[in-house]
Design a protein around this ligand. Sequence first.
Ligand code: PLP
Length: 468
Amino acid sequence: MKFPSEPFKIKVVEPIRRTTREERDTRLRIAGYNLFQVPAESVYVDLLTDSGTAAMSDRQWAGLMLGDESYAGSRNYYHLEETVRSIFGYKHVIPTHQGRMAENLLFSTIVKPGMCVPNNIHFDTTRANVEHQGAEALDVVVREAYDPRCDLPFKGNIDLPRLEETINRAGPDKIPLVMMTITNNSGGGQPVSMDNIRRTRGLLDHYHIPLFFDACRFAENCFFIKEREPEYAHTSILDIARELFSYGDGCTMSAKKDGLVNIGGFLSLNDGQWAQDITNMLILVEGFPTYGGLAGRDLEAMARGLEEVLDEEYLRFRIGQVRYLGELLEGGGVPILKPVGGHAVYLNAKEFLPHIPQSEFPGQALAVALYRDFGIRGVEIGTLMFGKKDPVTGGTIHPELEMVRLAVPRRVYTNMQITYVAESIIELYRRRELIHGLALIHEAPMLRHFTARFEELQGSPSLEPMTV
Ligand SMILES: *Cc1c(COP(=O)(O)O)cnc(C)c1O
């Protein structure tokens, strides 16, 4: 079957509300046309993020009742430790409340000012945490990653010649570690091949530089390896994961992705001295090392989620559902980023709305139209999120890509709801010339996309009031 049906049935339901176009229009005005400011209750299908939005299984919910809320030595910690060791293989397991705390603890311990940390592409929080130490966060992904039409199986790979050039330029002693993000979130959820990981390890061995994984979507990456690297076609996801992590020295993890939980994360590594230093800091900022800012029940749900995410039936459905959305859109002629990654489909807003110049935020305009007309929430990844002020002219430097990301939460929406999303977007594409640009009227000095406010340049297009 090309697109497998859901390998689960629904035991608990959460009603979602259909709203009128008029209500959504009002919500948008109040929100200053910023979808982060729209209450979730007024959204019909919410594709803002796949982070912390997963549905837990009955087994995970049952695990919550088995939470051992002892301050020290909770049995759920030991279950988590055993699970993480059996998949990732590293000696020390340090729980944190989410991924960015794992990053903060790791980098504040081993990264010093003037150093450089290469990655295929740093995720925002990873980059911010490296830069917070006064170090450079450098992206060394293969160049094809920046071409939205280039359909390659492993667009998340590290460009090895560029990595070696970087090591030689900076000097190996200025590179405390190399990170590898699997799958590469900021590059569209594209996977990294086992071959590239093995070669990266080989190169780093030569210079005695440790390799750490940003492992948020490790199971999705392992599924792509199974699907696309012929020598792994008959290897289990667990064995692929074990081999993959054996090439590293540790990892940071946001369990809000492939941990299938709503909150949680961890740091796992082999180096005893680093683990000791990190643990000391953990006690200062998160909590005792056997709970790391979480309740015992959260640790249990995370341990169980990590076991469940390795299920191949689940992964085939998961990756298939995202691909299904991508293929429906392509069939309708909608311009999307190729190939479709693990967790999201990206609309190419520059091609979707060629009549809106980048200075009028075509990505944001598209996200606004999609919400107003159909109650679907995506997120702009373009000028609003990544536009920079030109230090010389004071004007805006626009990013190369202008996109709307539709991130699919895990085990949350049915294929029928995904079909609704695709059909809505195809309809919107047919009348795309009715969509107008936006003017930015307020922005914060940092991370402006969360709080920016806009005005519509030509008023909202008048359509029949619709209920979806
Ligand atoms: C989400 C994410 C993080 C940060 O994790 P949080 O749990 O949101 O703090 C780090 N790296 C990648 C690749 C991510 O997707």
